[in-house]
Ligand binder design. Structure first.
Ligand code: S3P
Length: 431
């Protein structure tokens, strides 16, 4: 297992960077490009391991996909051209590949076996297998289909009206995609709006779907039309540097061409609520996704209570928000975030344990955490627990410590941000 010793003499961040392509959008672009007949080109694709798992899955079904760096070219014969894979499909660490792919595979008259790494094999899949079974997919797996490995035989589905009990864009998207493969109209309803990249991109690929508040209706068996996709920068990756600039002295950075989809911009709202010096300029909209630049300068953050409908809009940013809160004035409370327990790690546990090791006064609650502000962080030997967002949180924390921090298992950062340390270094070396 790799280890990194993090030690920075100079901690002021300045300059402009752009972050890698959005992970959620990169996955969907490969999936929909593979379902659409014709040629799809994806630019600024995230070369992270999770998205590469999605490419490999569709290659295993016979789709011609070529990648050269951040450009992906797909040439597909559409849904009818997909083939039964001869081997089990390895999903790696990717929950998004698992849940969305199961939706698509449920519509295909083939047999599939899906497996993942240790972390993914612990994450709940019943949230997606339950609605897919209701639609008629034949699914089995460990703990009766709750855990990977899972085997699935699809085809001949019935449309459903599904009111999803979990606040999960992966579940919503998996059911929408199964609906796309099913004769009739499938309806998915959620209580709190989650990220809507599936809906936006299906429209860009020519699909007819209607969105009414938190309800999506999709007509099945519609052919998708190939199109070109430019992936915006991932706001979940940008978040690490936005927070870093807010809490390190004399910093002033701009992150360019970041996706500003309102279902994802909770981190901007939280930074504003905490009195950060942040400004946002929206420049253009591509494929229904707004893109713009975010500028942050050092400020003195104030504590806040974070709860309710904002949680799905910051679900991947909570680890770095916890670090931000550790430097704020006052006590920050995060509630309604039990979903964190089902991520790459139990992120309530892993954030609390790691920040405690670094000297933060923080305690876990069932659905969140309570973080005291004004902490002086110190060195420690930490681990990522194989979770990319914990690894990046530790790296940003190391900007605040005099002593070095050891980070074990740092290579998982490549899951969503292969050039993370190079981008950090470039912002540090401008000062
Ligand atoms: C994602 C949805 C979220 C998020 C994940 C990506 C997606 O998961 O945490 O990183 O691309 O739809 P949930 O749907 O489980 O909340």
């Amino acid at each position: 297992m790799s280890k990194k010793v993090l030690s920075y003499d100079q901690t002021t961040l300045t300059g402009h960077i752009s972050v890698p392509g959005d992970k959620s959008i990169s996955h969907r672009a490969v999936m929909f490009g593979s379902l659409a007949k014709g040629k799809t080109t994806i630019k600024h694709f995230l070369e992270g391991e999770d998205c590469l798992s999605t490419i490999a899955a569709f290659q295993a079904m016979g789709v011609a996909i070529e990648r050269s760096g951040q450009t992906v070219k797909i040439e597909s014969n559409g849904v009818d051209g997909l083939k039964e894979p001869s081997q089990p499909i390895n999903l790696g660490n990717s929950g998004t590949t698992a849940r969305l792919l199961m939706g698509i595979l449920s519509g295909l008259p083939f047999h599939f076996t899906l497996f993942g790494d240790d972390s993914l094999s612990k994450r709940p899949m019943d949230r997606i297998t339950i609605p897919l079974r209701k639609m008629g997919a034949k699914i089995d797996g460990r703990e009766e289909g709750r855990l990977l490995p899972i085997s699935l035989r699809g085809g001949n589905l019935q449309p459903i009206h599904y009111h999803t009990p979990v606040k999960s864009a992966q579940v919503k998207s998996g059911v929408i995609l199964a609906g796309l493969m099913t004769e009739g109209t499938t309806v998915v309803q959620e209580d709190t709006k989650t990220r809507d990249h599936t809906e936006n991109m299906l429209k860009a690929f020519g699909a007819d779907l209607t969105i009414d508040g938190n309800t999506v209706k999709i007509k099945g068996n519609q052919p998708l039309q190939a199109c070109d996709i430019e992936v915006p920068g991932d706001i979940s990756s940008a978040a690490f540097f936005l927070v870093a600039a807010a809490i390190t002295p004399n910093s002033h950075i701009t992150i360019e061409n970041v996706g500003l989809n309102p279902t994802r911009t909770g981190i901007i709202d939280v930074l504003k609520l905490m009195d950060a010096d942040i400004s946002v300029v929206t420049k253009r909209t591509i494929g229904g996704e707004p893109i713009g630049d975010i500028t942050v300068r050092t400020s003195a953050p104030k504590a806040v209570t974070i709860e309710g409908d904002i949680i799905p809009r910051i679900i991947d940013e909570i680890p770095i928000i916890a670090l931000l809160a550790s430097q704020a004035e006052g006590t920050t409370i995060i509630k309604d975030a039990e979903e964190l327990r089902y991520k790459e790690t139990d992120r309530i546990k892993s954030v609390v344990n790691t920040l405690k090791q670094l000297g933060v006064q923080i305690e876990a609650t069932q659905d969140g955490m309570i973080i005291q502000g004004g902490n002086t962080l110190h060195g420690a030997s930490t681990q990522s627990y194989g979770d990319h967002r914990i690894g990046m949180m530790v790296a940003i924390a190391s900007l605040l410590t005099k002593e070095s921090i050891e980070l074990h298992d740092d290579q998982c950062i490549a899951i969503s941000y292969p050039n993370f340390f190079a981008d950090l270094q470039s912002l540090l070396s401008n000062a």
